[in-house]
Design a protein around this ligand. Sequence first.
Ligand SMILES: [Zn+2]
Length: 499
Amino acid sequence: MNRLLRYVALTLLILLLFAAAAFGGANERAKYVFLFIGDGMGEAQVEAAELYSVASGNGPLALRGLAVRGKISTRSANAAVTDSAAAGTALATGFKTNNGVLGMDPSGAKKLPTVAEVARDRGMKVGVVTSVFLNDATPAAFYAARPSRTDFYEIGVQMVESGFDYFAGGGVNRRAGRKGDLKDVYDLAREKGYRVLRTRAELAAARPGTKIIAAASVGGALPYETDRPTGSPSLAEFTKRGIELLDNPDGFFMMVEGGRIDWACHRNDAAAAVRDVLAFDAAVKEALAFARARPNDTLIVVLADHETGGMRVDAERAAANFFPALSAQRESSESFDEKLERFRKGTARTFERMAPLLAECFGLRAPSPAERAALEARAKKGDGAARTALLLALSEEELDELRTAFAQSMRAKEQRKRDRDYLRRYGPYEPLSTTATRILNRKAGIEWSSFAHTGVDVPVFAQGAGAPLFAGEYDNTDVAGKLFSLIAPSQGAGTAGAR
Ligand SMILES: [Zn+2]
């Protein structure tokens, strides 16, 4: 009996200790905070990137190795399916707002304080890094307050007024206003003491202590990872440089967005999406490398703002075909659009003349019956290259799909009949590019259900100081409360668990 009592007491004690560890000490503080946001990165996008990474010999994703797992719901104040402005606002402030609204309540009247601003006011340095433009919705949710996410100029001005230490990514969209007649945001930035860096060499030479805007592109986004020229900086490079420039005894908060994952998923382009998840994961690795020396002071949270495209991975099909199919795609469907545009302006615009381009960019070919028979014979003997060629060989139905799309893509945009069927097949994108990626994706074992965002829950991964707070299922607004409580422990309780 005595022994049993002792056993029960000991078990209770252990459970209590576990509970205390799980909920974190009340006054725990994270000094170096990383928030990674994969825009549009649902469970399927993570799974697909992992399949690709493992198959290419690079092992599992770093972000999947983070010890703590959670899941967040994503609806906005006025819709079951959020946009990036409302989702970014929820993550950054802890409040739900309407789609399209940035950093303000649904009425667009009240500004909401963000975790990045609280970090700044606590004396931490702040960095905002993205693969899209610097005043796009997700990065802007951390420094701007506007009734509309398309107020790009005003958002750019607020970026400069934030006093944050490091901005890096594409560039500033509409930096002289809609009509191009307003004072350039970069000039305003220089007046506020920022250095505006346009090249990789300038960024490499930058020294800590200066406020920096590193804009690698003229107003737009960084290239898709799959199209990135070797001279152009990667998301990981911007993250690594940010860490070096922000590192200081008072700590820092850094938000890093993989923004192009979303753009690729809108286009249902799995190869581009997967490679951008890998570029995002490479940025997470930079944070992990930093955390190794300061494990008790560093928090790394990786999550998504919503899912895009309704992506699904058919595990059975994907097991053998995923990598051979997706690795056959050489460039993004967006980059293929440019080839298509040039082709449209040329002469002899036949499908037969387009076929070599489809083979070059997507690996899709239509072998003759004799060629197919020869491939089948070789594949039977275990020839891997022949097996891949058969996987990528176009069936009659697939050729029909491509011919129909080709005919649409050869018409001037105004002359296309955008009826229901057209929009269901191609969305707002180039019919031929969309059809080629869809066929390739199907061969890989990937299906899409939409060209838009979806309302499914998205994953959370965390590690380090306060990470256990991020376990379990909760709402996207709870993320900010948890971050507030770790950045500013004394004032955290009041804001935690906001609507
Ligand atoms: Zn989107």
